[in-house]
Design a protein around this ligand. Structure first.
Ligand SMILES: NC(=O)NCCC[C@H](N)C(=O)O
Length: 400
């Protein structure tokens, strides 16, 4: 069985799950892009080129790249998996019984690869040939019967490995909630992951992977804001404690705004004791240290500055901050363009968007090797290298 798991943000990356942008991005229009959580309409062919270059940069450094749609198609080889996927995809109350039955029959006849296409790119009303009954007649021609999933690109958010377990997350925005049905299916059905134990799951309170940072072995920061709810953080903490995966969870409130939708939009680890952080929030970022209590409710400490609470839990003197940008305006621009959203592929080696010139210069001054990638089209969904990657296997850091 392949090795899987992660216990830090910076251990050498060996296997990563990506999603190459596909037809789901071709569904975006100026009328639906806000609802589908994109800030623009990407040029799809260019986004694919940029993504291929990202994958190549990872492979060049010895990282195995898994593609979500390949795993999904392979998982859908089983008839039971296909049935389950079709039933959950068609559960929406907007369909009605007749259309659901019709679509169910249609999808059951499709091959695993075709089904992957429908589950990811969705089905528009006018693609149901000739219309079918009252619901298709009354819905607009461009209404989706099955919503497309353009944010699949951001594989970070729909599952997180914590040591040898994988947490299937629970996504807060309706446009994304179906993504975790697909990650759950992959981990449950794909032969590569047979026997993997999972935690959390999409039926639980909201927790998104972009909010979960494995600061050190046993220490996990969880952002709480637009996406991860307080109840989600509490549920997640309870599960990692009872599974023995961590001793401290730092619950970190973040502004409920699009620019800071996840904790990894304001900070990411680039070394065992270095974090790149948006300076405009650095002073105000707080953390509540949560620890397990024997047989009782979780123990919650008073809020402390995030960097202080993190260093204490990580048992290091200082968690060194590297600033995004140069001045407050450049920092704000580069934070928006995912300057903080780096993907460490080893201690002191991080993939970053090339456009964030000042932040990348700060990283290099601090001794971090920056692997630059283009992201002009990929960035239109508001996510950087960390958002676009789910580490499936990172080597553990050497014990000191
Ligand atoms: N971890 C991340 O920050 N992921 C980026 C998610 C972007 C996506 N368009 C969203 O709004 O959910």
């Amino acid at each position: 069985m392949a090795t899987h798991g992660a216990d830090s943000e910076v251990g050498r990356l060996r296997t990563v799950l990506l999603h190459r942008p596909g037809n789901e991005l071709r569904r975006l229009t100026p009328r639906n892009n806000d609802r589908l959580l994109f800030d623009g309409i990407p040029w799809v062919a260019r986004a694919q080129d940029e993504h291929d270059a990202f994958a190549a940069a990872l492979r060049d450094r010895g990282v195995e790249v898994l593609y979500l749609t390949d795993l999904l198609t392979e998982a859908l080889a089983s008839e039971a998996a296909r049935d389950g996927a079709i039933t959950t995809a068609l559960a929406g109350l907007h369909l009605g019984d007749s259309l659901r039955a019709y679509l169910g029959g249609f999808l059951r006849e499709s091959s695993p690869a075709e089904l992957t296409g429908y589950l990811t790119a969705g089905i528009r009303n006018d693609e149901v040939r000739g219309g079918y009954g009252l619901v298709t007649s009354l819905l607009a021609h461009d209404d989706f019967l099955v919503d497309p999933l353009p944010n699949l690109l951001f594989t970070r958010d729909s599952s997180v490995w914590v040591r040898d377990r994988v947490a299937v997350t629970s996504l807060a925005m309706p446009a994304r909630s179906r993504e975790t049905q697909l990650t759950e299916l992959i981990y449950a059905e794909h032969p590569r992951f047979r026997g993997t134990r999972t935690i959390h799951g999409w039926r639980h309170e909201h927790v998104e992977g972009g909010d979960v940072l494995l600061l050190a072995r046993g220490v996990i920061a969880v952002g709480v804001g637009e996406r991860t709810t307080p109840a989600g953080a509490e549920r997640f903490a309870g599960q990692v404690f009872s599974a023995g995966l961590a001793h401290t969870v730092l619950a970190v409130p973040i502004a409920q705004e699009r620019a800071t939708m996840h904790l990894d939009t304001v900070c990411t680890m680039v070394d065992v004791d270095k974090i790149v952080m948006y300076p405009n929030v650095a002073d105000s970022l707080q953390a509540y240290a949560v620890t397990a209590a024997d047989d009782g409710p979780l123990t919650v400490a008073d809020a402390e500055p995030f960097l202080v609470a993190a260093a204490k839990a990580m048992e290091i003197d200082t968690l060194h901050q590297i600033d995004t940008g140069l001045d407050p305006v450049t920092a704000e621009r580069e934070q928006w363009d995912d300057g903080n959203n780096t993907l460490a592929i080893a201690p002191r080696v991080a993939v970053a968007y090339e456009r964030n010139v000042e932040t990348n210069a700060r990283l290099e001054e601090a001794g971090i090797e920056v692997v630059r990638i283009a992201g002009s089209e990929l960035g239109s969904g508001r996510g950087g290298p960390r958002c676009m990657s789910c580490p499936v296997w990172r080597e553990p850091l050497p014990a000191d």
